[in-house]
Design a protein around this ligand. Structure first.
Ligand code: AMP
Length: 296
């Protein structure tokens, strides 16, 4: 039976009860609008742990002032259904006030979204610059401080044995591995492969924003990445040459924010395509920002 908790207290009590019974806890943090990509993480968690907890929290501190925090899809009823069908044991779905009391008005559950307020009142986890000054970190200033802070909070609340994160958010995954190591947080971080639609588009909650026409154009994103892999397999490893050829695969209505080649673990820029090179991109079409990557 699926339990749904919105308070930290209830959640901690339930986790303590499971731990007293000697059960292991697997944790899948999400922002909701759950899809088969999220459920692939749940599947891994169920294989590895006795109890699986999914958090559903659209974390305000990781959204920039002009990003889609307000209109990010919130679909708790269907999230409950999909979790229940996939054998999740508990959803932790807190309010912004439960997570950030110091950032919310005393009588309100609404989050007061101001950067100065956050830096004034909230302890923030700041991941190393080497990991944040590239890829999405370049255009989403402060995004990974918000991610790291909420993930540390969630790990402290749930205290899981293992936490599962998608390779889809490769920079996020590398950062989480790094700060859990740096801060000695006792959890195993388990990376999970990218789940794709049959036509190759990576599953994402933001795919819901796409019109049917854009959805079709979006299939060219994975074609670009596959072209990089194909060139690598043929022995072409000059990054400028590879980029130039592969970018031609992208539909002309899609604008490329970045296409970067990094070492998948250290996040250092690569001069040549080689084994364990993370090829990551962000694009915009119809004002929807999508990310994807492959490791060659
Ligand atoms: P989100 O709700 O977008 O914050 O994602 C929650 C978790 O699910 C993150 O660890 C993501 O990397 C992961 N995730 C999202 N989409 C996919 C996907 N298509 N395949 C694998 N993992 C995913």
């Amino acid at each position: 039976m699926l339990l749904v908790n919105s308070t930290i207290k209830e959640t901690r009590e339930q986790i303590a009860e499971w731990k007293n019974q000697g059960l292991t806890i697997g944790f899948v943090p999400t922002m909701g609008a759950l899809h088969i990509g999220h459920m692939s993480l749940v599947k891994e968690a169920k294989k590895a742990c006795d109890k699986v907890v999914v958090s559903v929290f659209v974390n305000p501190t990781q959204f920039g002032p002009n990003e889609d925090f307000e209109c990010y899809p919130r679909t708790l009823d269907s999230d409950k259904k999909i979790c229940s069908e996939n054998g999740v044991d508990m959803i932790f779905a807190p309010s912004a006030k439960e997570m950030y009391p110091s950032l919310c008005d005393s009588s309100e559950t609404t989050y007061n979204k101001s950067e100065s307020l956050t830096s004034k009142y909230l302890t923030t986890v700041k991941p190393p610059e080497n990991f944040t000054n590239k890829l999405c970190g370049k255009s989403r200033l402060g995004h990974f401080d918000g991610v790291a802070t909420v993930v540390v909070k969630l790990l402290n609340i749930i205290q899981p044995d293992k936490a599962f994160f998608g390779q889809k958010d490769a920079q996020q995954l590398a950062i989480i591995k790094q700060f859990t190591h740096d801060l000695n947080i006792p959890v195993d971080i388990i990376p999970c492969p990218i789940k794709r639609e049959p036509d190759g588009l990576a599953c994402s909650s933001r795919n819901k924003y796409l019109t049917q026409e854009s959805r079709q154009k979006a299939t060219s994103i994975y074609r670009l990445l596959k072209k990089v892999k194909e060139l690598h397999d043929k022995g072409v490893n000059n990054i400028n040459e590879v980029s130039e050829i592969a970018i031609n695969e992208l539909h002309p209505d899609i604008s490329l924010e970045y296409l970067e080649f990094l070492n998948a673990d250290s996040m250092q820029n690569q001069v040549k395509l080689s084994k364990n090179t993370l090829v990551a991109l962000a694009v915009k079409l119809d004002n929807v920002r999508l990310i994807d990557n492959i490791v060659v």
